[in-house]
Design a protein. Structure first.
Length: 147
């Protein structure tokens, strides 16, 4: 029965982050729908409902991807006993996390803001859409690290 026993802990981060990227797609599609509908004013109640759903999914996603990030570093350091932040996956993963938190900051301003200008919306959209694109590349880079 040769072969090293595979440490299942090493799969926790990849599975976790795959789930968080699925939620990212849902948050993105809800946000894009809100953006599209903004051009054609529609029922206020329905819009608020969609906005609340966008918020719920987005906040859950942000919590998942942030804990998943910490998990990646923790498993790298304590399960694999390898030096951390030596991979492109980690560098670009850090950029992704920064973009999403900056996007959340702009999203919070959208929630609170009065007299919002198109730029206020595009700041939020720019950060999260760029974050989403790079996140997919980070996922591809992650496969090379799998045990
Ligand atoms: C906690 C973090 C977030 C907050 C507070 C937030 C809040 C908002 C708000 C208030 C809007 C404007 C809705 C409207 O037009 O009525 C919006 C739009 C949008 N959100 Fe978020 N959001 C967050 C995270 C995200 C995430 C993680 C994504 C994508 C993965 C995302 C994607 C979008 C997109 C694409 C739009 C449309 C922007 C536009 O109109 O150009 N948001 N968000
Ligand atoms: C969804 C696909 C992903 C896969 C398959 C994946 C895979 C991996 C693997 C195999 C490791 C090595 C540690 C371990 O085995 O647990 C790792 C580490 C790591 N991952 Fe991911 N990952 C993914 C997504 C992400 C995302 C979206 C981020 C950032 C937001 C991220 C950030 C990190 C970080 C910071 C490390 C530590 C690496 C180091 O210190 O060099 N990962 N990832």
């Amino acid at each position: 029965m040769g072969g090293e026993p595979v440490n299942l802990l090493l799969y926790l981060h990849p599975v976790w982050q795959t789930a968080s990227l699925l939620l990212m797609v849902v948050a993105l599609s809800l946000g894009l729908r809100l953006g599209r509908e903004r051009a054609h004013p529609w029922e206020r109640e329905a819009r608020l409902r969609l906005q609340r759903l966008h918020l719920k999914v987005a906040i859950t996603f942000l919590g998942l991807i942030s804990t998943g990030y910490a998990l990646g570093i923790a498993t790298m350091a304590f399960v694999r006993d390898e030096p951390v932040f030596r991979t492109a996956h980690a560098y670009f993963g850090t950029i992704v996390l920064g973009l999403f938190w900056l996007g959340a900051y702009y999203g919070g301003r959208l929630l609170r803001g009065q007299n919002l200008k198109p730029k206020d919306y595009s700041n939020h959209a720019f950060c999260v859409i760029l974050g989403a694109i790079i996140a997919l590349a980070v996922a591809v880079m992650g496969y090379t690290l799998l045990p």
